[in-house]
Design a protein around this ligand. Structure first.
Ligand SMILES: Cc1ncc(C[n+]2csc(CCOP(=O)(O)OP(=O)(O)O)c2C)c(N)n1
Ligand SMILES: CC(=O)[C@@H](O)[C@H](O)COP(=O)(O)O
Ligand SMILES: [Mg+2]
Length: 628
């Protein structure tokens, strides 16, 4: 029963509370979040780890007037609970329900939509300088995790924030939420720097000293003096953040409200770029999550908090698992293979590969741009890099794909997981643009396998090419095709007719082949598994256009610039006027929700495909004849 929490509708209520009630409130928020996620699924470890920080931030700062920007935003469930959305949290990540990330159109307290990491400092800097330009007295706070701090964009922002802009200092506070975790254990030199800051006697003394020092909550200069007292005789570590022009404070215990609140109150009154380093534990307050923060990063569905996450029920292999197995098999067969992930080892299915081939495994941190150009460098030296990257996250490395890989025609394989609708993570994670943004790049090839075995073969086909090749496949499992163990490949550039029909030919690119086959059964249509977006089997397209009254293209990607557009371009170039119906993701952002429901809403299930075809061609002799 949430006694204190029930009295909180907005942070203004929180700010009227007595400080002595805040630890109790934090306990209730943590319990509420755990119980919610146990019913809805969603991100867990990062949310449990930011409860006290969230309470302290809304207690000290005048939100929403003061802006809080949450990096990635996967840790904002406590924030949403405390900003008037508690009653709707049971709809988390469901269609029409509360989003799993901050959204400006969901709440005025969600100052910036996040989802892709490392954007918070840039956004907060914009808000801080806008306030200065408009003469508004407003703080902008970026809360960024240690994993997200490994992305170049975060350093671009630090570099820009730490110096005056035309003589104007930004009143920005960057809070580094350092839990020594990304999704996997963190990597890179920054992690070592942070560890040094935490492991020095300074932090230990500060943890002790802070309790005494902060009781009276002296002004910051007094606080600093007393820190100095405690730090006397110790090497107070210089930090990279001070080199960027920030006043660095910390590290302090991010679960101790007696440390957080006075420190934040002092920093609130400080002008110019401030940097607070808080140390938290991912999964704090829930023993199973504390013990295994990798596993408890997110819950895929319901679980009993008393028992923890249920054992995975096995079932059909996911495309991710098919990739992970293929990667190990191909690495076994070819010592030139190296596997690269930008901080998504588990999500991309590379845990086994890391175990078996540690020297050929590279987790580069949340650094997609670096991952792609790093792969290019490896390829220059004759190795065969495979970059495992979610379709949506490849968007961040577009210039590197064009300039560093394609322009030099380097043999890099891009395993594009989460291509298409992803579901609960919503629009920020939908992988629906890769067909459009890859097919227009010279030298690049793009393969769209329709099932798990096709995916394995597509990966082998891609790997054996001497050019950049991307293979796109969706989140989750497919139709459950039998998967070979060999390393067979496709005939390059060739599609395959899967169903002979009449009057109408459906050209499917990827896993939507299966609803297309079902629709074709009702319509008597031909169905082609095109396999290749680029190089597309143009001879087959022209043959289909000549042999049928109408062409339908189906893809789980944006219609604009997608594979259907490639078919149109092919027909136009050949002067063929067969009408074409393009089915795919419409020109609007997708919502969060059940992926099958979302596909059905877009008319991309069997019924929808059939209905679209009937609607478009009902008046044409083609269909009339087919409908008999
Ligand atoms: C550009 C981008 N790449 C990858 C991800 C996937 N991702 C989400 S959270 C996360 C780890 C973030 O670590 P950290 O910032 O330390 O937050 P924590 O989970 O530890 O609270 C990653 C890699 C992402 N959201 N955005
Ligand atoms: C917050 C974030 O970006 C990741 O945790 C992402 O939600 C993972 O997505 P999957 O669940 O599809 O691996
Ligand atoms: Mg972290």
């Amino acid at each position: 029963m949430s006694k204190i929490l029930d009295s909180i509708q907005t942070p203004a209520d929180l700010r009227r509370m007595s400080r002595s009630d805040l630890p109790g409130l934090a306990r209730e928020v943590r319990e509420f979040v755990l119980n919610t996620v146990s019913q809805t699924g969603g991100h867990l470890g990062s949310n449990l780890g930011t409860v006290e920080l969230t309470v302290a931030l809304h207690y000290v700062f005048n939100t929403p007037h003061d802006r809080i920007v949450w990096d990635v935003g996967h840790q904002t469930y406590p924030h949403k609970v405390l900003t008037g959305r508690r009653e709707r949290m049971h709809t988390l990540r469901q269609l029409g329900g509360i989003a799993g990330f901050p959204r400006r159109d969901e709440s005025e307290y969600d100052t910036f939509a996040t989802g892709h990491s490392s954007t918070s400092i840039s956004a907060a800097l914009g808000m801080a300088l806008a306030a200065k330009q408009k003469g508004e007295d407003r703080k902008a706070i970026a809360v960024i995790g240690d994993g997200s701090m490994t992305a170049g964009m975060a350093f671009e922002a630090l570099n820009n924030a730490g110096v005056p802009h035309a003589g104007v200092n930004a009143d920005i506070l960057v809070i580094l939420n350092d839990n020594d975790m990304s999704i996997s254990p963190p990597v890179g030199a920054l992690n070592k720097h942070l560890a040094r800051l935490m492991s020095g006697n300074f932090y230990a003394a500060a943890r002790e000293g802070v309790k005494g020092v902060l009781k009276a909550a002296p002004p910051l200069f007094e606080l600093a003096r007393r820190f100095e007292e405690h730090a006397k005789g110790m090497v107070v570590p210089g930090t990279i953040f001070e080199e960027f022009g920030f006043n660095y404070v910390g590290p302090i215990d991010g679960h101790d409200l007696d440390a957080l609140i006075p420190t934040l109150e002092n920093l609130r009154n400080k002008k110019g770029p401030q940097f607070l380093h808080v140390v938290t534990k991912k999964g704090y307050g829930y023993k199973m999550a504390e013990a295994d923060p990798v596993k408890y990063h997110a819950a895929s569905g319901r679980f009993n908090p008393a028992e923890g996450f249920p054992k995975s029920s096995g079932g059909k292999p996911t495309f991710t698992q098919v990739f992970g197995q293929w990667l190990c098999d191909m690495a076994e067969a070819d010592e030139r293979l190296v596997g690269i992930t930008p901080a998504m080892r588990e999500g991309s299915g590379m845990v086994e590969f890391h175990k078996r081939f540690p020297r050929r495994y590279h987790d580069v941190g949340i650094a997609e741009q670096h991952a792609v150009t790093f792969a290019a460098g490896l390829a220059c030296e004759g190795l065969k890099p495979v970059v495992a990257i979610y379709s949506t996250f490849l968007q961040r490395a577009y210039d590197q794909l064009v300039h560093d890989v394609a322009l030099q025609n380097l043999p890099v394989v891009f395993a594009l997981d989460r291509a298409g609708i992803v579901g609960a993570d919503g629009p920020t994670h939908a992988g629906v643009y890769d067909i459009a943004f890859i097919r227009c790049i010279p030298n690049c090839a793009l393969l769209a396998p329709s099932d798990e075995n096709e995916c394995r073969q597509a990966l082998t086909t891609a790997y054996r090419r001497d050019q950049p090749v991307a293979v796109r496949y969706p989140r989750g499992s497919g139709c459950g095709a039998e998967i070979e163990t060999g390393l067979g490949e496709w005939e390059w550039g060739k599609g395959v007719v899967r169903r002979e029909g009449q009057r109408i030919a459906i050209l499917a690119f990827g896993t939507l082949l299966h609803p297309a086959l079902a629709a074709a059964e009702k319509l008597g249509a031909t169905v082609v598994d095109m396999r290749f977006v680029k190089p597309m089997d143009e001879a087959l397209v022209l043959e289909m256009a000549r042999r049928h009254e109408a062409i339908v293209t189906v893809e789980e990607g944006c219609v604009m610039g997608g594979a259907g557009s490639a078919v149109l371009e092919c027909l136009a170039a050949a002067g063929v006027t067969t009408p074409v119906l393009q089915l795919g993701i419409p020109d609007r952002f997708t919502e969060h929700g059940d992926p099958n429901k979302l596909l059905s809403m877009m008319g991309l299930d069997a019924e929808g495909i059939e209905a679209s075809i009937v609607k478009r061609f009902a008046s044409r002799p083609a269909l009339a004849a087919v409908n008999g």
